[in-house]
Design a protein around this ligand. Structure first.
Ligand SMILES: Cc1cc2nc3c(=O)[nH]c(=O)nc-3n(C[C@H](O)[C@H](O)[C@H](O)COP(=O)(O)OP(=O)(O)OC[C@H]3O[C@@H](n4cnc5c(N)ncnc54)[C@H](O)[C@@H]3O)c2cc1C
Length: 468
């Protein structure tokens, strides 16, 4: 998650957007009685707000005498944020259904910890309904196909035996990302990853079966790979660790931060192999694009995530990676009543080029997709999405970390924070990423994030996601 390092202009509550500590203080501030009532209040005839909405509905063509049906796919960071903002802001004017395969919200940002240490398992899972606004209906299942022409989504219940069709007036596609193994020759058969809870469990089982001295090779040089290798460096000191990356370790870090990383305590026994591209995973390890074999007893792919192919299979506009293409209002470029947020979508054009797959992106996008729908129902003009990154945080094992302050476009500043303090900041941010979802349930609109200053420089094009 991004942490505040600079204070852009704006109202005080907006200025501190993205700052975990400031946002916590703002969210626990007692609410005014009127705000408290707003949470459960049903709209009444004669309510000036409703009359205004009806007037505006004539203008927008929406029938506000009927409940507006909003369907959200995915109860991750983006999906839960959208659901809570919509339910809290629109009350009984909307009927919200959220479809998710399991009844738990998974803190994906801790899955490297789950793979390394059994005790972190319970901290990673939370009952979805405890995080969700009570007006949101949770339905367990998986979306298999979107039929935008019919305003319907085909869904399958867990286990896949029963299917059903869910209708919607507006849809939010927030199904995140997952395992990248299918894209790499041999990886599906011979590699592990930490992209999902079941994948992290499978990796932990494999690590438990490895005797001391065996070699674990992590592929990737971004944050997920670094967090995984350092977590294992501390939790599994008997293993021999290697990390292989196609460029350098921590390519988006400043030189000073990279120096710290290379010499961090958890990296001391890690063999780092840079500028080496992996072509294939084999039962014996990996083969590089220049034909070298590097032996390993366990390979962990942490170089990228892949996205589910629901949007692509449904014929919606997607990019080469299969992410739903949305405009700056978070609406599908093809079907404006399909919106998207999080890892599974990409904002077309330069605005989207510097956004990384991160919950620091998914949460603001979830809130913004909700804001677009709210504006549409109120007959207001929705605003384009804008996000200023503030920092890249990572853990380097349980008691160490690295905070890399960034410019709005995510490029690194020359300063960095390291050690126990940075580890603590990273932990605070991880907690904040989940806590804000609950705060939004209590008080819709309480979450804000940093926006670029109006005269900020144009974002530079990036070829790779920062997390790959
Ligand atoms: C090990 C690891 C460490 C990370 N560390 C960080 C970090 O430190 N900071 C950071 O900002 N980011 C981090 N990330 C990235 C971050 O976790 C993701 O960017 C974030 O989870 C994206 O949020 P999301 O809401 O888009 O998707 P997700 O959190 O992936 O949620 C998507 C939801 O949709 C559900 N779903 C999937 N398919 C379907 C379907 N067909 N129908 C219905 N529901 C479906 C999923 O089950 C899930 O509940 C890390 C990721 C990993 C794996």
């Amino acid at each position: 998650m991004a942490a505040a390092s600079r204070v852009p202009p704006g109202k005080p509550s907006e200025r501190w957007t993205g700052n975990a500590v400031a946002a916590m203080i703002s969210a626990i501030r007692p609410r005014r009685p009127s705000q408290r009532c707003q949470l459960r209040r049903s709209p009444q005839e004669g309510d000036p707000k409703i009359s205004q909405t009806r007037r505006l509905s004539r203008h927008t063509g929406m029938d506000n005498t009927k409940q507006h049906r909003i369907l959200i796919l995915g109860a991750g960071y983006a999906g839960v944020m959208s659901a809570n903002r919509l339910a809290g802001k629109l009350g009984s004017r909307v009927d919200i259904t959220l479809v998710n395969p399991i009844p738990e919200f998974v803190e994906r940002i801790r899955l490297h910890e789950v793979a390394a240490r059994i005790e972190s398992d319970s901290a990673t899972r939370h009952t979805v309904t405890e995080l969700l606004h009570p007006a949101v209906r949770l339905r367990l299942g998986t979306a298999t196909r979107i039929r935008p022409g019919d305003h319907e989504v085909d869904c399958a219940e867990p286990g896949g035996q029963k299917t059903w069709t869910q209708s919607y007036d507006e849809l939010i596609y927030a199904i995140g990302s997952g395992s990248p193994l299918a894209a790499v020759p041999g990886a599906l058969e011979h590699a592990h990853d930490v992209s999902g809870l079941d994948r992290a469990h499978a990796l932990r089982t494999a690590l438990d079966a490895l005797p001391s001295g065996k070699t674990v090779l992590i592929v990737g040089g971004g944050t997920t790979a670094i967090e995984t290798v350092t977590e294992l460096g501390v939790a599994r000191p008997g293993l021999s660790l290697k990390i292989v990356t196609s460029s350098v370790l921590g390519p988006t870090l400043s030189p000073k931060a990279r120096r710290y990383l290379m010499n961090a305590p958890a990296m001391r026994n890690v063999d780092t192999i840079e500028q080496t591209k992996v072509a294939e995973v084999t039962p014996a390890g990996i083969v590089t694009t220049d034909g070298r074999s590097i032996p390993a007893d366990c390979v962990i792919w942490a170089a990228s995530f892949a996205v589910p192919e629901v949007a692509k299979d449904s014929g919606l506009d997607v990019d080469r990676a299969g992410r739903l293409t949305v405009d700056s209002l978070m609406r599908s470029t093809q079907h404006p009543d399909v919106l998207g947020a999080g890892d599974g979508v990409v904002i077309a054009g330069p605005e989207g080029s510097t956004l990384r797959m991160a919950c620091g992106t998914a949460v603001p996008q979830g809130a913004h997709a909700a804001a677009t729908i709210i504006a549409g129902l109120r007959g207001e003009t929705p605003k384009p999405f804008a996000l200023a990154y503030l920092a890249l945080n990572m853990s380097l094992g349980p008691n160490d970390g690295l905070v890399q302050p960034t410019r709005a476009n995510d490029s690194p500043r020359d300063i960095s924070f390291t050690g126990r303090f940075a580890g603590w900041v990273n932990e605070l941010n991880n907690r904040y990423a989940r806590l804000i979802l609950g705060w939004e349930r209590q008080r819709a609109g309480s979450y804000h994030w940093a926006k670029p200053r109006r005269n900020a420089s144009t974002p530079t094009q990036r070829q790779e996601h920062a997390r790959s």
